[in-house]
Write a protein that binds this ligand. Structure first.
Ligand SMILES: C[S@@+](CC[C@H](N)C(=O)[O-])C[C@H]1O[C@@H](n2cnc3c(N)ncnc32)[C@H](O)[C@@H]1O
Length: 434
């Protein structure tokens, strides 16, 4: 292989305690020759400083115009199999990920790992829970936040990242604080570790983060704690959780109860049923409650909203909250945002949608204008679905009834949802009334 054809990995080892023999072996045999590997170890008693020094090493190389394709890190007590970096890079590329970590258990008999799930409420001093080795073996060999239902927080023991522009915006740090719990009359030390901190930055950057057991390793303590099979006393992180998140998921409790909105759970499930495998467009998304339901099953969801909270309890910018809610519920990857006035945006879209969900302004004229513009972006046989088709919103009822009066078919109702299949010819006729 000509050296110029080989991709270049910067392989970093932050040293804090003893370097074990197995770790050294793994470090020097990381690639079987597929990659050009530049190696560097950095030792001081400050772990996050070590990591930042190593990160700067790669940043400076890239800044000088040298080739950097990947950055990888291995801790001095992590003992991976030879060729591990080739395997990781291949998997990262195959799964189109930006960052890929390897499952490593903590060094005791519990079988808990330090791969965690971020809390939905944004509290960075705690996590929703950590994964156990038993849970890791119930997940796909390589898994992401989408498999967990929570943002995945990696451990930095063994990982690789695809080099990109985002690399200039991250760093490692450990946050500490002391809090006084008045109920227990006790001071507590709290910490946000550097690996969970940096994982949260990855998510803020919108990166695709994965974790795998494709590479075998031992985490060297009194013995090597391996990742090659499910083991340990803990079936799930019982310190933080009442049941495994995987069982939570199995119960199908994905409805975003914690996202503001009026859509009921029954309506959300009906939307998910209607959207299955479809190219969906939504007019009026607010904080994302209905978007999250549609994105559970849709092929893709386009979202039109002014994101100024008009006509809602939250006048003001709702886009940040919308995006945050989508990320928390792992719906962001399917969603495209079109910020603007519904009719104007609709006029610029192609007729490729199988379903348009209309829940924007609720006065008769606005709904009628949305119907006219939305019908033009539907594929033949596509559906319009309306929210708030009930007595409390006479404007919606009036506009939908007018549509049905032109010959469109009311194909279903679910609570306040009305599902209508417009007939192309009749819509033209209706347009004259609008
Ligand atoms: C009732 S809320 C949508 C609720 C959302 N579908 C849900 O179930 O969670 C209405 C949304 O429509 C948006 N909206 C109202 N009129 C609009 C217009 N003319 N163009 C774009 N968005 C509009 C508002 O900003 C608001 O976010």
């Amino acid at each position: 292989v000509c050296d110029n054809d080989r991709k270049v990995a910067y392989l970093a080892m932050p040293c804090y305690g003893e370097l074990t023999t197995g770790a050294a072996k793994g470090f020097f045999t990381a690639s079987a020759g597929k990659l050009r590997v530049n190696m560097k170890a950095q030792e001081s008693s400050l772990l996050s400083l070590n990591m930042n020094v190593l990160w700067c090493w790669a940043l400076n190389a890239a800044h000088r115009g040298e080739r950097v394709d990947y950055f990888a890190m291995q801790h001095a007590d992590i003992e991976p199999e030879p060729g591990w970096l080739d395997v990781l890079v291949e998997e990262l590329e195959a799964k189109k990920l930006d960052v890929l970590g390897v499952v490593a258990p903590i060094k005791d008999q519990q079988g808990v790992t330090s791969i965690a799930m971020a809390r939905p409420d944004g509290d960075t001093w705690r996590v929703h829970g950590r994964l156990t080795m038993r849970e890791v073996y119930r997940l796909p060999e390589t898994f992401t936040s989408e498999d967990l239902g929570y943002p995945l927080l990696l451990n930095t023991g063994l990982w690789v990242a695809k080099w990109g522009d985002w690399c200039r915006r991250i760093h490692f740090t450990i946050h500490d604080r002391i809090v006084f719990n008045a109920e227990q009359e006790t001071y507590f030390a709290e910490v946000e570790s550097e690996d969970w901190f940096v994982s949260r930055l990855f998510h803020e950057e919108g990166l695709k983060v994965g974790c795998t057991r494709k590479v075998e390793l031992g985490h060297r303590g009194p013995m090597a704690f391996g990742n090659h099979e499910p083991w340990g006393n803990e079936w799930f992180d019982s310190r933080s959780l009442k049941q495994s998140v995987l069982d939570e998921r199995a119960a199908g409790d994905w409805f975003p109860h914690d996202v503001a909105g009026w859509l009921t759970e029954g309506e959300g499930r009906e939307l998910a049923r209607l959207a299955e495998g479809k190219v969906v467009l939504e007019v009026g998304a607010y904080c994302g409650r209905s978007t999250i339901c549609l994105a559970q099953t849709a092929k893709s969801v386009g979202v039109i909203d002014t994101f100024d909270g008009r006509g809602t309890h939250l006048p003001g910018d709702t886009l940040r909250l919308f995006r945050r809610n989508l990320r928390r519920h792992n719906a962001a990857s399917k969603v495209t945002v079109y910020q603007g006035e519904s009719v104007k945006v609709l006029e610029g879209l192609p007729p490729v949608y199988d379903l348009v969900f209309i829940d924007g302004s609720h006065d008769r004229d606005s709904v009628a204008a949305d119907i006219e513009a939305a019908a033009n972006v539907l594929r033949p046989g596509g559906l319009l679905v309306f929210h708030d088709y009930h007595d409390e919103d006479p404007g919606v009822v009036e506009a939908v009834d007018e549509l049905v009066a032109t010959g469109a078919e009311l194909v279903g109702r679910c609570e306040s949802l009305a599902i209508v299949r417009p007939i192309a010819g009749n819509l033209v006729e209706m347009n004259h009334h609008v």
